[in-house]
Design a binder for this molecule. Structure first.
Ligand code: CA
Length: 380
């Protein structure tokens, strides 16, 4: 038994030197997170992370979930998940209620791994792979007077750093400008670097199809969030119309949310986030559901080293989709915008070499959290 003694939310925030934006239009002026710490009666500490507005995640945990899990066995991780979900679902079966639950689930898996002396991926099916190819997420909109030049420079920088795949933002309010910018990046990085685009759901169905056909000519591998996530019928239309893969799902939650996407094959690739969609336990179920319907699962990741490590363990234990002589394993989203919590929060930062990231092998998440970094950027 590993009885849960205490749960603490560390809400942290750090300013961004060069604020950036996407098609959503709001400016990212700071990076923040709700980091969850769970301690057992034996003194084992597990870490988790919640995606989205950190004060909201904290409120869910402190007022709803925390009191219900004190005194319970961390090894009952899925029993706890079902209990917390069923307690909250009448008020929030999606969104921040599930992000908050995700942070608890990840922290419990970290505890289980540490008690067993095994990395998490060895406890959720095993290592299909010991390393993963990553792609750099970046190429946001920063300097509005140098949108194309800046994108080209940033893409070249990622290639120089060793990345072999890049995802860029589109949705500048002018499809012509979007195409011009993607073309400039494609020409700059050459034909061997994989390139994806992310519209953050800013297009209508006809606009997305029209733009998608042009992007196909530039060998874009997937078109992420072309249209609004609420419009599943629209996703079916866009996915059927385009030859390129259509991806989405970073703002969907739980097996029930993803069920409707995958049973209709509304997307070719679903992108659950382990820190949002329900944690490692729930993302395993989502991936299985997707595989049963022939939909690829390539997780979304946009957070601290804790979320990144959780994503790596999830990726390590994902079967090849499909198995083959030389399979195409799922990629790690390795976001590259300024974020001290990704780069400084752990003793050994997660890094890529030639685009490849090693799956942590130490027990639990396999990372050591630096408390002084939490203290330095603590909001509450
Ligand atoms: Ca995205």
């Amino acid at each position: 038994m590993s009885l849960i003694k205490k749960i603490t939310c560390h809400v942290v925030s750090a300013p961004v030197e060069r604020p950036f934006t996407s098609s959503r239009g709001w400016l990212y002026k700071q990076r923040g997170s709700c980091i969850v710490e769970i301690e057992t009666a034996d003194g084992v500490v597990g870490w988790g992370e919640c995606y989205g507005p950190s004060q909201v995640a904290r409120a869910y945990i402190e007022s709803q979930y925390g009191p219900r899990i004190i005194g319970r066995d961390a090894f009952d991780v899925e029993v706890i998940w079902e209990d917390l979900y069923n307690r909250i679902k009448d008020y929030g079966s999606k969104g921040m209620a599930i992000s908050a639950l995700s942070g608890i689930d990840i922290a419990l898996w970290d505890i289980i791994g540490k008690v067993c002396g095994k990395p998490i991926h060895k406890l959720i099916g095993g290592a299909y792979r010991t390393e993963v190819q990553s792609y750099a997420t970046g190429l946001y909109f920063i300097d509005m007077d140098r949108l194309i030049e800046e994108a080209v420079e940033e893409a070249q920088e990622y290639v120089a750093q060793g990345f072999t795949a890049i995802k860029m933002k589109i949705g500048l309010g002018s499809p012509k400008l979007d195409i011009e910018r993607v073309r400039a990046v494609r020409e700059a990085i050459g034909g061997d670097v994989r390139l994806m685009v992310d519209a953050n759901h800013c297009f209508t169905v006809p606009a997305a199809i029209k733009l998608g056909r042009e992007l196909e000519k530039l060998d874009v591998e997937w078109f992420e969030e072309p249209i609004s996530p609420e419009d599943l019928d629209g996703y079916v239309e866009v996915t059927r119309a385009l030859d390129m893969a259509v991806a989405g799902g970073e703002n969907e939650f739980t097996r029930w949310g993803f069920r409707d996407i995958v049973t209709r094959k509304a997307m070719d690739i679903v992108q659950p986030d382990v820190c949002a969609a329900g944690g490692i336990s729930e993302c395993r179920k989502i991936a299985t559901l997707a595989a049963a319907h022939g939909v690829e699962c390539v997780p979304h990741a946009w957070g601290s080293a804790i979320g990144l490590a959780a994503t790596l363990h999830f990726l390590a234990a994902l079967p090849d989709q499909p198995p083959s002589f030389r399979p195409m394993p799922p990629l790690l989203e390795f976001e590259q915008c300024e974020n001290p919590f990704r780069d400084l929060l752990t003793v050994d930062p997660i890094v890529q070499v030639r685009g490849v990231v090693q799956i942590p092998t130490a027990p639990g998440l396999g990372i050591e959290v630096k408390r002084d970094v939490l203290d330095r950027y603590r909001v509450v």
